[in-house]
Design a protein around this ligand. Structure first.
Ligand code: BF8
Length: 655
């Protein structure tokens, strides 16, 4: 945490970036047919198609161009068979050349497992460090030093405090102070286990105990994972990957869960709301600001600053009619869930928003932010403003943001954006169309309230077969899968078969852009799910938040399992990450599986160089945690796998 005593100022990091122009002639982009084919193979997002076409015509580089330039990908790295951890190497396993061990003696199984554990721990660290920053802000509020922040949901504060045996019959700030300390303690606790794991059903908890994967502390598991991947420590692939499950559980039932819960305490627990989505949310007559990244600590303060009279007056002085805040990726999901702020899109929309030519500033904190955004922005007047000392981006403008200087920093940032409106070139503005309606805000509390204060009606609907089961569709975009195609096709297939979808992250945004997040989308569902959606007034695909909010899915499953008196692994449910790319997604998929949820991945992880590792993850884990991974890039076939799994679980439960 920064000391926050310095007055926030804005400065350019390094030099302004050179533009990112494509060599159009070399890439055959002078030919409209080539452009059309490229657009069609890149995305199903209709607004994105128009902007991608515009980018190709103008020669503006995007993720898809860079992906093409990287092909063919290294086959050793793609299969996990390369290791560059130490200077005895780097090494590659090439059996046909009799290179079946690295210099240190590690074989294919170990190299693959080490790489995977490293990837997973990176993801768990990212979520958990985000969670820690939120809890540190709660501590400041508890101390009366959290200028600009306050407790918004004191009911949730007290409910969680009670889980930690913290007395609640006192001032909320005192409760917040003690809860923050109890949660921070979980990062390095010597209690031997994480308190939030007690939310799991008894049967699930018992499985973790039996398997030796009950997490002992958030930082501890991540540090131990890093220790195990050092040369000469972990030598058994299975032993290493079991620790991976423990690390993932520390994320899902620890760091991520805190990120969700404490964000709710500080900024409000989401309730159902209506908003708009896709690249059509830009306003030609207003100052447009996108909020991109993950931590609501920053974005909530930007919203407060942008809503103030002072900034509105400044916007008007420069000829704008107002300030239009727009969400992207998980920050966008946080703002949509709690404040109904419109969203431009998900991961692969982040460059396209700049190419609208109508973006005054993109404000970022960390995670999933392309380091090349300042290059894209250099084609326009857009300012990329980075804010976290952990993620300073060359070519961006930087304003250091901390909870202590939040109000002032937010004002500097919004002012910079507003002042940039006068630099917009109207000739470059390209807003591709109109946005679609979405409903969001489905926290566990909101779902429970919509059902009359208990999840029993949902359990009854599942038991009667009106709803066959539920699937958490989560994760990213990946150039190996057509943008949004995996998410949307899978969700449509599942709801057609009366399976309720609960979604987070970029998956939820894909569904939103495709029109699945409205009660009207129930017409695409099977008769049973359609009837429930109509009776309750909910969409067949529920937006449950950002990626740390995958912890909401865990709590939902735990609550359903507790009503039925079973473990999570017995429920007719599944997880899916049809377009995942990130280390964080590996952590999420792993804590889903470790919690008992069969999980189908779209893109294959970089592990195929070890059949033993593949077999452990897709079969062997069944004996350990009663769940496993599957990999199926075709979303229709993935739906078939999930439907078969759900029917099998229903049969076992006798429903
Ligand atoms: O954490 S879904 S691309 S934005 S990693 Fe990133 Fe993936 Fe989107 Fe949010 Ni999650």
């Amino acid at each position: 945490m920064s000391d926050g005593t310095k007055k926030p100022t804005l400065h350019l990091v390094g030099e302004k970036m050179e533009t990112c122009e494509l060599d159009r002639a070399k890439m055959s982009l002078m030919n409209p047919k080539v452009i059309h084919e490229k657009v069609e193979e890149r995305t199903i997002d209709e607004m994105a198609k128009k902007v991608i076409e515009h980018c190709l015509q103008e020669g503006i580089e995007t993720i898809w161009d860079r992906s093409e330039m990287q092909e063919p990908h290294c086959k050793w790295c793609s299969t996990g068979l390369s290791c560059s951890r130490c200077t005895m190497g780097p090494c590659r396993i090439i059996p046909e050349r009799h290179r079946d061990r690295g210099v240190c003696g590690a074989d294919a199984d170990l190299i693959v497992a080490r790489n995977l554990l490293d990837t997973l721990a990176t993801g768990a660290a990212s979520h958990s460090d985000h969670g820690r920053e939120i809890v540190e802000t709660l501590l400041l509020v508890g101390k009366g030093e959290g200028a600009g922040y306050r407790i918004t949901d004191s009911k949730k504060l007290c409910a969680i405090a009670e889980e930690y045996n913290i007395p609640t019959d006192r001032e909320v700030n005192e409760v917040a102070h003690d809860l923050a300390l109890a949660l921070l303690e979980e990062f390095g606790t010597i209690k031997g286990e994480l308190g939030l794991c007690k939310r799991a059903p008894d049967a699930t908890y018992a499985i973790w105990k039996e398997a030796g994967i009950l997490p002992r502390g958030i930082d501890r598991e991540i540090v131990e994972a890093m220790h195990r991947v050092h040369m000469g420590v972990g030598a058994h692939y299975g032993n290493m990957l079991l620790h991976g499950l423990r690390t993932a559980l520390a994320d899902g039932w620890g760091g991520s869960m805190m990120g969700t819960d404490v964000s709710d305490i500080l900024f409000g627990t989401p309730t159902p709301c209506e908003s708009l989505m896709n690249l059509g949310v830009f306003r030609e007559d207003q100052v447009n600001i996108t909020l991109h990244g993950h931590n609501p600590m920053l974005s909530e303060m930007i919203v407060t600053a942008a809503e103030g009279e002072k900034m509105l007056a400044l916007a008007k002085k420069y000829g704008a009619t107002g300030i239009n805040l727009i969400g992207l990726c998980c920050t966008g999901n946080e703002l949509l869930m709690r404040r109904g702020i419109p969203m431009a899109g998900n991961h692969f929309n982040q460059e396209l928003v700049i190419a609208t030519g109508a973006l005054e500033a993109m404000i970022v904190d960390y995670q999933c932010i392309f380091p090349s955004l300042p290059r894209t922005a250099s084609c326009f007047h857009t300012k990329i403003i980075s804010t976290s000392p952990k993620a300073i981006i060359p070519g961006s403008y930087y304003v250091e943001f901390s909870p202590e200087n939040a109000t002032e920093a937010a004002e500097v940032i919004v002012r910079t954006a507003v002042e940039n409106f006068r630099n917009r070139d109207p000739a470059k503005v390209f807003i591709p169309g109109k946005p679609v309606a979405v409903n969001a805000g489905f926290s566990v509390e909101a779902i429970t309230a919509a059902l009359g204060g208990t999840l029993q009606p949902l359990v009854d609907a599942i038991a009667s077969g009106k709803i066959r089961g539920a699937v958490g569709i989560v994760g990213c975009n990946n150039p190996k899968i057509k943008h949004d195609f995996g998410h949307v096709t899978l969700a449509k297939e599942l709801i057609k078969h009366d399976i309720l979808c609960v979604e987070t992250g970029c998956a939820a945004v894909a569904s939103g852009k495709a029109g699945l997040l409205t009660p009207d989308a129930a017409f695409l569902a099977g008769d049973g799910l359609k009837a429930i959606c109509k009776a309750v007034g909910i969409p067949p695909v529920l937006h449950m938040g950002s990626c740390v909010d995958c912890s909401r899915i865990l709590v939902l499953l735990a609550n359903i399992a507790n009503i039925l008196g079973v473990g999570i692994h017995q429920l007719p449910v599944a997880g899916a990450a049809p377009e995942w790319y990130s280390q964080k997604a590996v952590a999420i998929g792993s804590y889903f599986v470790a919690s008992g949820v069969y999980t189908v991945l779209g893109p294959m992880p970089n592990i195929s160089g070890s059949p033993a590792v593949v077999d452990l993850l897709t079969n062997g884990l069944e004996d350990v945690v009663h769940a496993r991974f599957a990999v199926e890039p075709d979303p229709v076939k993935a739906a078939d796998l999930i439907i078969a799994h759900i029917e099998e679980k229903r049969k076992a439960l006798g429903i």
